[in-house]
Design a protein around this ligand. Structure first.
Ligand SMILES: NC(=O)c1ccc[n+]([C@@H]2O[C@H](COP(=O)([O-])OP(=O)(O)OC[C@H]3O[C@@H](n4cnc5c(N)ncnc54)[C@H](O)[C@@H]3O)[C@@H](O)[C@H]2O)c1
Length: 261
């Protein structure tokens, strides 16, 4: 490892599986001290067991209280905070508007946007005082669905476009003290991404699609099927001093979707 994050103090929100968990491991391997906020109690137990001493807050990132508790836990453990990473998310399993019952739209929209968008607002708001002090860095998780149709349904695509909006608005507002960027992964192996309770999709996992690895590789120009471990390097870069001149920007570890014929 290269020690790119030596001395950095980070909070990862949505850290129990998939991309967030890979970010926790990569940040620690690069020398960072990491705290986490995670909703699933079983994942919290696993994190605590596998990483002794890790500050773990069990809570719902869509709430102000959970984010304030997690930031306070990180600051108490490390004496400050340099990096905030947002990795929570839920998927809509490609539902078009035509497939959504009219009576389901209110609850499904509220649930999707609470998890995929509002959680980031609460996390950033809670972390602002500590990040201003440290002149820190925020990294949110977008998706290829923040740029293109077809890799998610109308609610997921709209929510991920909104994450781009957060990055642009917050990078503008928080300069020069805090950098704000995002990672926009393509389809990813070995995650636990699920759907909204309000659409009955909370026990369905995107990763359970048959032949997902071959399907992911076949759909992108580089013919690669990427995992959270691959994406984690983009977060490491954006959290490090190597990216000190970059804000309001997005890294695209997606196998080259933008140059697809
Ligand atoms: N899996 C993919 O193919 C893919 C592709 C592009 C972007 N993404 C995005 O990457 C991010 C991470 O997704 P993933 O695929 O690693 O899924 P994941 O479900 O494995 O990881 C998300 C983590 O966040 C937690 N979480 C969810 N809602 C929460 C809440 N309200 N409060 C606290 N914790 C909560 C989950 O329990 C889980 O541990 C999401 O924003 C997702 O949209 C995923």
């Amino acid at each position: 490892m290269t020690g790119w994050l030596d001395g950095r103090r980070a909070l990862v929100v949505g850290a129990g599986s998939g991309i967030g968990r890979a970010v926790v491991d990569a940040f620690r391997a690069e020398g960072a001290r990491v705290a986490v906020l995670e909703r699933d109690p079983a994942k919290c137990d696993t994190l605590a067991a596998e990483i002794p001493g890790l500050p773990v807050v069990a809570g719902d990132a869509t709430t102000r209280a959970a984010n304030e508790e997690a930031v306070a836990a990180a600051v108490a453990a490390f004496g400050g905070l340099d990096v905030l990473v947002g990795c929570v998310g839920m998927f809509d399993f490609y539902r078009g508007l035509g497939e959504l019952d009219a009576e389901s739209i209110d609850d499904a929209f509220d649930e999707m946007f609470a998890v995929n968008v509002k959680s980031h607002l609460h996390a950033v708001k809670a972390a602002l005082p500590a990040l201003r002090t440290s002149r820190g860095s925020i990294i949110l998780t977008a998706s290829t669905s923040a740029y293109y149709p077809g890799r998610g349904g109308v609610l997921y695509v709209a929510s991920k476009f909104a994450v781009r909006g957060l990055v642009t608005a917050l990078a503008h507002e928080l300069a020069p003290n805090i950098r704000v960027n995002a990672v926009a992964p393509g389809g990813t192996l070995n995650t636990d991404l699920r759907g909204p309770v309000s659409l009955g999709l909370d026990s369905r996992r995107l990763g359970d699609v048959p032949n997902r690895e071959a399907e992911l590789a076949a759909r992108v120009p580089l013919r690669v099927a990427l995992s959270g471990d691959d994406h984690a390097w983009s977060y490491v870069f954006l959290a490090s001093e190597r990216s000190r001149g970059i804000t309001g920007d997005v890294i695209h570890p997606d196998g080259g979707v933008a140059v697809k014929a």
